[in-house]
Design a protein around this ligand. Structure first.
Ligand SMILES: *Cc1c(COP(=O)(O)O)cnc(C)c1O
Length: 404
């Protein structure tokens, strides 16, 4: 039909191939690809669209039920990414958002309302914490921070109005691994919604929903995208929790950019191989760091000395490339000498990319349930794909600058 013929195809919701493969490698490689739909192109294209046009008034009248009716509500690219994440998470559905933080705030806003009480792990990502104390506080939600290693003791903290229990494992900066099973069990007994930040593990190393969590949130910015060039978030829900997540995202006007969603899908293709490589390199580095005299403690969930190591063994299938250390030296000037002279490690926020990072964020101002009194200096490391001996040399020379 020519331009005036108005035979626009309203794409089918199942515009992406149904997932029939269950094993991770095959799933990651083929989920949400549909070459038969896109003239043989392997990758699902970037759909840049705001407007979706209708052929008839009848179609317009029924547009709310159509798979696509407006760019913000979803496009074949967003559906492809969301279906891929839902398949990995074992979710009824996933909602993509413009950032990991907005996936977290979406989940909290969906399940907490004015007058409610929210239990938040003391070691959450600090912007999640700030959202709770400032924004949720402003809307009349009371937030209480709990000690991450509280385990079954959480039971005593539930109130009649506790609407949400929020978990993050391992915790940001301090890397404790909570007893996910015990926390979830208590929440279920109190009919409280559980939300978990699973950015560190991704569904490849831990599946929150299969462990009874109601909503899994991730910063796809990190390992999913994997190249330090995208900001993207996603929240996955069960048959019970997904509808409210989706509805809330629509009401808040949250959506992710098509280019970012495309890069999220592209990142998924190599997620398993990248994570395996991050795991072995980070573990080798963590074990090497345990032997360095300048280091007082290594916070890596796969090492016996990490708080919650037994929980990690119980719940996780592996570890990723992000962990922390505490330096014995607490003098900022000396630490700065070490950090400023690194040749390979960049100092920067985020992690999950191909490059190694060293991030000097201190946890003290972001803890209230368990104040941090440990002397020394906290560093978060992300181990990328540089030569491991080059990385060790970079750190060893840094320790010399620290001492000298
Ligand atoms: C980075 C991070 C986030 C936020 O992700 P953005 O995509 O940067 O918004 C949330 N949770 C954790 C644990 C993170 O490390």
């Amino acid at each position: 039909m020519d331009g005036m013929g108005r035979q626009y195809r309203i794409a089918e919701a199942e515009g992406v191939a149904p997932v029939t493969q269950k094993k991770t490698g095959t799933l990651l490689t083929h989920v949400s690809t549909a070459p038969h739909k896109y003239d043989g192109a392997v990758n699902t294209p970037v759909h840049r669209t705001s407007t979706i046009v209708f052929n008839t008034y009848e179609e317009f009248e029924n547009s709310a039920k159509a798979p696509f009716n407006y760019g913000r509500h979803g496009t074949p690219t967003s559906v492809a990414f969301e279906q891929a994440i839902a398949a990995l998470d074992g979710a009824a559905g996933s909602v993509s958002t413009g950032s990991g933080l907005s996936a977290i705030t979406l989940a909290l806003m969906a399940f907490a309302k004015s007058g409610d009480h929210v239990l938040m792990s003391d070691n959450v990502y600090s912007p999640s914490r700030r959202f709770c104390t400032e924004m949720l506080g402003k809307f009349g939600v009371e937030v209480e921070f709990y000690a991450p290693m509280i385990g079954a003791g959480i039971e005593k903290l539930f109130r009649k109005n506790t609407a949400v229990l929020f978990l993050e494992a391992p915790g940001s900066i301090t890397f404790e691994v909570c007893d996910i099973g015990a926390l979830v069990k208590s929440a279920k007994a109190k009919k409280t919604t559980t939300i978990m930040d699973n950015s560190w593990a991704t569904p490849l190393l831990f599946k929150p929903l299969a462990n009874g969590v109601d909503v899994s949130v991730m910063s796809a910015t990190k390992y999913i995208c994997g190249h330090s060039d995208v900001i993207l978030g996603v929240a996955s829900g069960t048959a019970d929790s997904y509808p409210l997540l989706k509805k809330t995202a629509l009401q808040l006007g949250l959506c992710a950019g098509s280019e970012e969603l495309y890069l999220g899908l592209r990142g998924l293709r190599t997620l398993e191989v990248r994570l395996k490589e991050h795991q072995s390199r980070a573990l080798e580095m963590a074990q090497w760091l345990e032997k360095q005299p300048a280091v007082s403690r290594v916070m890596h969930p796969a090492l016996a000395a990490c708080p919650g190591h037994d929980n990690w063994k119980k719940y996780f299938k592996g570890s990723s490339g992000t962990f922390g250390i505490v330096l014995k030296e607490g003098d900022k000037k000396k630490v700065a000498r070490m950090l400023d002279g690194f040749k390979i490690f960049h100092m920067g926020a985020s992690w999950g990319g191909y490059e190694s990072l060293c991030f000097p964020q201190q946890p003290q101002s972001n803890r209230t349930a368990i104040p941090v009194t440990e002397p020394g200096f906290f560093l978060r490391l992300h181990i990328g794909f540089e030569d491991i001996d080059d990385l060790k040399t970079d750190l060893a020379e840094g320790f010399k600058r620290l001492a000298g």
